[in-house]
Every structure is written in structure tokens, then in C-alpha cells.
Ligand binder design. Sequence first.
Ligand code: AMP
Ligand code: ZN
Length: 486
Amino acid sequence: MTDIKLYNTMAREKQVFTPIDPDNVRMYVCGPTVYDRAHLGNARPVVVFDVLYRLLRHVYGPDHVTYVRNFTDVDDKINATALASKEAGAKGSLEELVHERSDETIGWYLQDMGALGALEPDEMPRATEFIGPMIAMIKDLIAKGHAYAAEGHVLFAVESYKEYGRLSGRSVDDMIAGARVEVAPYKKNPMDFVLWKPSTDDLPGWDSPWGRGRPGWHIECSAMSYELLGATFDIHGGGNDLQFPHHENEIAQSKCAHPDAGFANYWLHNEMLQVEGKKMSKSLGNFFTVHDLLDQGVPGEVIRFVFLGTHYRKPMDWTEKKRAEAEATLRKWRILTDSVEPASSPSVEVVAALADDLNTAGALAELHKLAKRNELPLLLASARFLGILTDELGGWNWRTQVIVGSSFSSEDQFGAGIFSHSIELPSLAKRLHYARTVAMETKDFSTVDALKSILTEAGVQVRMSKEGVELEPGPDFDASKLEVLK
Ligand code: AMP
Ligand code: ZN
């Protein structure tokens, strides 16, 4: 069996992955807070852990992996969004608007992540469906002396858990010095965090021994992972912005509630996404959602390919250049494998690259080698293993590309027939050459200029000389803009 190595944040080293039960490998990944469309950064953990899920399924068998990713549908941000729409005139109670908003957002999320080729996890629990287990866990923490109730709140006492701070490598004193913690009169220690808080009548709330209220964010994941995966499971993942405080708090709650269990054995964290070298933020004007990109015509497969190009533990930069390169490569590979049957399994080198702490960039390098060697069935099977070149993601206009000239030529790879349903650049080249010959006689270059500007507008590089006309699709080639010439 393939040895998988993963970088475990808790151990601060790459370790051989040994599942508790190879018949049921269990992974929990923190999912989104569902108040708005997922931005491009939110998609990064989805793609990273989708690749890990695919690898685990490959190695242990598709029926022997359980992947859980939650929806946080109790949160002040959702309440604020619902309140804003109520103030803008939306009908219904605040509680109804909160539900509507989270239902709608979950629908968008699944659609957008599906467009990136992400498989749906086996379980996608919503926090609101697990309030009972959360209350039970909080009661248990109080009974064990790890939490206390005060003024309608319940707080976790960080000093009651000696290992608090181990994941992020900080002591409680350092945290107090460095963090902007909320100081509240009901807290015994400023680092104590909320397990339960009171709700006003108009906000979503549930009856509890501490009055009507709602759970804190951290307890949601502790309760849902316990219910669905047990007190000890294999992998816990999320973005590295969640390491502290969210994951630290999850560990404190779960380990104190189940002192004999280990909670998660391997902690994996993806680095953040940036845009053109800068943090993605609304104030910098470089903030966009996955849906924005899809809407602009960037295929989901292209987004996924760009993500795969950077190792998950490195910051990843989304750039226009990478988008164009990814699109060109995918066009090339899709054309190459168009009528090819995939091999029965992916290349061992591709699997080995992923098994080495998810080296997706290394896996793509292997795909390039396969393409170069014309090992097309293996290229297709290996690409599909990574979630690209799949039938589901093939619905973009890659077919209309005609590649002529330098590195890749239709003539040397295929017979002429393959491009029969596309707009053929060679015939457009002939048309332009003819128009130019006529214009040399008549001195009227208007047709030549018109043709040339349509081609340039469509991202085609046009070179004209006495010998003829050469057309080559550039990185921004958009075949749909040539339709007018049909
Ligand atoms: P949130 O809804 O903010 O809790 O985020 C959902 C997931 O997206 C978490 O795993 C975050 O770590 C992750 N995430 C948020 N922003 C980024 C970013 N810029 N790059 C990568 N991951 C991110
Ligand atoms: Zn979580």
C-alpha cells in the first residue's frame, strides 16, 4: 500500500500517515460560515482537501473514507446580513431571514465548489442540526470543571487545560499579551472563550440550562466531529488562519470532554491565497468570489488547475498570467485526449507526488511529462485523479481552439478531421492573405484592416508578410469572438 506522508502542524514535521482504522479513514474539515458567496480564498481549502480525499479514496478504497465538512449556520455575521436585508425591506421575521440566507448561501457554495471539481464530502452537517449535542457537551465541560456559566454565557476556562496553546505554539500569557481579546466582566481570564451566549428575542436561539441562547463557533466543530466521527479520528483540516484561536479551542473542548481520546491525530493547514501578490481584500479592490470568476467565463477547471500549481503550505498567488497559462495547457490536454480512453489507474509517479504531502505541483509536472511522451491514456487517467479533464468540467469552449504554429501543431499530432467543427485559423489565414493580395492591387485595405482587427480582438497574434499570413492564438484567445467571421 502507498505510504502517505503528511505535514502534521501539531508535530511540526512530515509524518507517515497511519490511520486508526484503514477500513474507515476519517477526516474533518472546517467549512464555511454561510452568510455570503465564497471568495476565491475560501475555495483553496476546498480544493486542497478534495485532493487529499481523492488520494485517501485511491489508497484505502472509496468506501473506506469518511469526509465531513460542516456549514456554520449560526453566526453573528449571518444575523447581521439578515438584519441588513430586513432593514432594506425584506419580508419575514429575522429568524426566517437568517434561515433563508443560509439556505441560499449553502446552495451557492455547493454549486461553486462543484464547478471547481470538488467532490461533495460524505457528510455536510449544519450547526443548527446539532444544537442538542452542543448543549450536552457544554454541560459535560461544566461538570468536569472546564467551563463556567456567568450572566447567561458559558465560558471555557483556558487555565483548566494545561496543553492550551500547543498547536499554535503559544503560552496563555503570550496570547493575552499579543491578542486583541475581548475583556468582559463575566470572564475569569481574558482568554476564556464563549461556549454559549444569550440571544435576544428576535435572534435565532435555543432553550438551554443557561437561558435562551446560541452556541459559540468553536463548540460547533467539537460537537459535530464527535457525533459523526467519534472522539478520536484521523485528520483535521482548515486554513492556517483557523489554527488560533479556532482549532486551539476545538482541541481544548474536545480533549477536556473526552480526556481518554486523542481528538485529531493529524492537523493539516493550508496557506492563504493572495491576488497579484497582495492580500485579497475589499479595500484593495482585488476581492472576488468564485462566482465572479465563473461569471466572467473563467472555467472552474482553470481555477482548479491554478490552485494545483502551488503547494498547499505555500502562499498562493492568483494572477492573470497563471490563469492564461492554465487555460492554454488545459486546452492542449483536452484536445490531445479528446477521443482517448483513460488508463485503468493513474500513473504511479502522480500518486507518489500526492502521497508526498500533497505535492500537487509535482503531480502536474508529471502530467506535462506524460503529455510530452504522448502517453495519453495515462495522462487522462492521472489528470482525472487530480480532478481535471473530467467529463463534468469539460463544458467550456476548449474545442473551438485551433492551435497552429510553434510548440504544438494540429498537423503533426492529428489528422485534419479533428477540428472539423471549429473555426479554423488556417482558413482564416487564407482569407486574410487573399484580401491582402486584392488590396495590394486596389489600394483599398479596409477589408484587411477589418479582418485583422477582429482577429486581434479575439486574441489571435497576426503576422503578415509577402510569403503569407501566420495566425497564432495568444494567451487571451477567445474563439467565440471569431463567430462573426463564420
Ligand atoms: P470562513 O468562512 O471565513 O470561516 O472560511 C472558510 C475557510 O476558508 C476556512 O478554512 C479558512 O481558513 C479559509 N480561508 C479564508 N480566507 C482564505 C484565504 N485568503 N486563502 C485561503 N483560505 C482561506
Ligand atoms: Zn472548525
